[in-house]
Design a protein. Structure first.
Length: 700
């Protein structure tokens, strides 16, 4: 191996001839040789000079070679030492090697090349020892540094574990965002940073360490050269050691950072949807390092999982609440059905006997006037029952053309007693503007919902609720409502002077379960139902609102053409009559007798029975003795539906009319499928009964 500097050889021998011969020989090979005539002098020279190899004799005055060897080995264990001695005793050789000699040469040295070879071998061995020692020191230093790094990573990971316990307890990012950001900043030793929530149209700052500097909102979509855009696109953390070197990236928000390293952590859910993003800068001991990125990625993963889990738990709780609410509504519907059944039976008697009295030719005018009021009240009671039945969602709705102005006035009277006196109700409800095809109970439901919402928006303040009904010609008002065919409409407007709503809330108010009310104050279903009712009538709805000024709801109902208008029950006209034979069955004896009297007044021959089982026996004995069967649905032992099936099994062409005060087991469509000609709802008016009976008999 080529030497880069002159090796230094120390020769310790009491024979000057030997020293000089070695000296002269080695100098020819570019060695520097230092001589000592005894061991003590040799050790002194060793202490003063940088010695690469020692040649030592064993037999010397003052200090022998073994003592020199022992001393040098104590000071420099890896220094090459070669014994050159005239002593030929094997024990001297063994002793020298035991004390650390690397080689042993016998005097006289006849061939000096042997000495040269021994020296070269010793120097090479020494060099290897020295290099190995240096490598060992470097390796130990590396291991020490790696151990320190691993200990630091382990410490940080233990700290991360503690932080994940906090993060897993997070729910709504708006409530937990500050804690999340502070945990990230603590782990990264960052003095600045922000956390943004991803909304529909922007990134909204939830919390920031850069008070007065961080941008409160960043519009979406992001610029392509934005660092946030890169993080969302890659769905992984972004680590920028020196943002000045990133020519293709521009800051998404504040650009005046305390140093030039930067970290961004996107929160991406399992479906790949971005939830939030954290940015960190201004590390207290800059710059950020790759380890910060990895630690932050772990935190981001747990934070994202926590947000998703909390969202799933909240959705589950919401579902449970809605299920409980649905069960409550179902129970209310069942109760409403029972009430409606009994109430309709009572109304049937009132309406029936009122009609009988009005049909009588000798009814005094004064009494007739009073009876007309009774009948009018009965119709209002009938509509009230329909509103009660709206809880059950199974009622037969009346969708005949109606004037909705009386219903609106009635609702406003009811509202006046329920909303605070600090809210004034202004109304402009003209009559006879036109007819629309809608169930009045649905108008009642829509108006109650919208007006109650308006009152809630004005809660705790003096306000005004305005309700106006007007007629809009198809060419008088332009509105961008593609759901509705352009035609004359009735426009129902409900406005308030409440808090109003921002555009992003207006865009969501018809979504099912979306609500601006506090927990427990609303289900979020009201406006969705309102929209469904209006659209079900072929209409449309428009909303105008501004924060601080209030809200306006405009409902458009298409007017009916004159040809679509059916004769209304409220009008007096000649009722159709007949002489056919009718079997009338109702377990309510009062109703059965009343219906029998009405049918007899109309000229029919009637057999009235209050026991459905007996009625079936009667029919089986004389199946061709009757032209029509009219039966109530809800009866003990044998329901009207079961009775009808038995009758139709014996005589399929037999006309049957089924009527009920309320039933969940059958509706009009199902009744007609099994052969029943008509399905009627109580209360039965004389006019309605006369028309239906005649229509069925004429079509038989």
């Amino acid at each position: 191996m080529e030497r880069t500097e002159q090796p230094v050889i120390l020769t310790i021998d009491d024979e000057s001839v030997i020293r000089r011969s070695i000296h002269a020989y080695l100098e020819d090979y570019d060695y520097r040789v230092i001589e000592a005539d005894n061991g003590r002098t040799g050790l002194e020279l060793y202490d003063r000079e940088r010695i690469d190899l020692v040649l030592v004799d064993l037999r010397m005055p003052k200090m022998g070679g073994l003592q020199v060897l022992k001393t040098i080995r104590a000071r420099a264990p890896n220094l090459p030492v070669i014994v050159v001695s005239g002593a030929g005793d094997i024990s001297d050789v063994v002793e020298a090697l035991r004390f650390g000699a690397w080689d042993y040469l016998m005097k006289p040295i006849d061939d000096m090349s042997i000495l040269k070879h021994a020296i070269e071998k010793g120097l090479e061995r020494g060099r290897l020892f020295e290099e190995n020692q240096r490598y060992q020191v470097e390796l130990e230093d590396r291991v020490s540094k790696k151990t320190e790094e691993l200990q630091e990573i382990n410490r940080r990971l233990c700290d991360v574990v503690e932080s994940t316990k906090k993060l897993l307890g997070c729910g709504d990012i708006r409530k937990s965002g500050a804690m999340m950001l502070e945990e990230f900043a603590r782990h990264m030793d960052a003095a600045g940073g922000s956390i943004y929530e991803v909304s529909e149209n922007s990134l909204r700052c939830v919390h920031s360490l850069d008070v007065g500097h961080a941008v409160s909102e960043i519009a979406l979509p992001l610029r392509e050269d934005s660092v946030f855009a890169r993080a969302f696109d890659r769905k992984e953390p972004i680590f920028i050691p020196d943002i000045r070197q990133e020519q293709k990236i521009s800051p998404s928000g504040w650009s005046q950072y305390g140093d030039d390293s930067f970290l961004v952590f996107p929160f991406i859910d399992r479906s790949g949807k971005p939830l939030a993003i954290v940015s960190l800068h201004s590390k207290r001991h800059p710059p950020f390092v790759a380890q910060d990125r990895e630690i932050g990625a772990i935190l981001a993963s747990y934070a994202c999982e926590a947000l998703q889990t909390a969202g799933a738990v909240a959705a589950m709780q919401r579902s449970e609440e809605l299920m409980l609410q649905a069960q409550k509504m179902e129970a209310i519907g069942t109760l409403a059905g029972g009430i409606a059944h009994d109430f309709n039976n009572i109304l049937s008697a009132i309406v029936g006997y009122t009609d009988l009295s009005l049909f009588s030719e000798d009814c005094p005018d004064a009494l007739r006037k009073n009876l007309e009021q009774v009948k009018k009240g009965s119709r209002r009671a009938r509509d009230l029952v329909r509103q009660i039945l709206s809880f059950s969602r199974t009622e037969e709705t009346f969708e005949g053309p109606v004037d909705i102005s009386p219903t609106i006035k009635e609702v406003l009277k009811l509202l006046r007693a329920t909303i605070p006196s600090s809210i004034t109700i202004q109304r402009k409800i003209p009559s006879s503007l036109g007819l629309v095809k809608v169930d009045p109970s649905r108008i009642h439901q829509v108006l109650m919902n919208l007006c109650t919402n308006a009152a809630h928006a004005m809660q705790g303040q003096v306000g005004s609720l305005n309700v106006e009904l007007s007629k809009i010609k198809k060419d008088e008002e332009y509105f961008d409502l593609h759901e509705i065919v352009l035609q004359d409409c009735l426009k129902l407007s409900i406005s308030d002077t409440g808090r109003g709503m921002p555009p992003e809330v207006v865009a969501k108010i018809f979504d099912p379960y979306f609500t601006t009310k506090e927990k427990g104050e609303g289900t979020g279903l009201g406006l969705a139902v309102v929209q469904g009712i209006v659209r079900g009538c072929g209409g449309a709805i428009r909303v105008e609102s501004e924060v601080g000024t209030g809200s306006q709801f405009h409902l458009y109902f298409p007017c009916c053409d004159v040809k679509d208008i059916e004769i209304q029950e409220d009008r007096t006209y000649e009722m159709p009559m007949g002489s056919e034979r009718i079997l009338f069955v109702d377990d309510e004896e009062t109703l059965a007798i009343m219906a029998g009297e009405i049918l007899q007044k109309l000229g029919y021959r009637v057999r009235v029975m209050s026991d459905s089982v007996e009625a079936l026996k009667e029919y089986r004995m004389q199946p061709y003795n009757y032209d029509l069967i009219i039966t109530d649905q809800t009866m003990p032992d044998l329901t009207g539906l079961e009775l009808a099936r038995e009758i139709l099994s014996q005589r399929p062409s037999m006309p049957v009319i089924l009527y009920t005060g309320y039933s969940t087991s059958i509706d009009g469509g199902e009744a007609k499928q099994i052969g029943i000609r008509e399905f009627m709802m109580k209360p039965l008016s004389m006019t309605n009964l006369a028309q239906t009976v005649r229509r069925v008999l004429d079509g038989a």
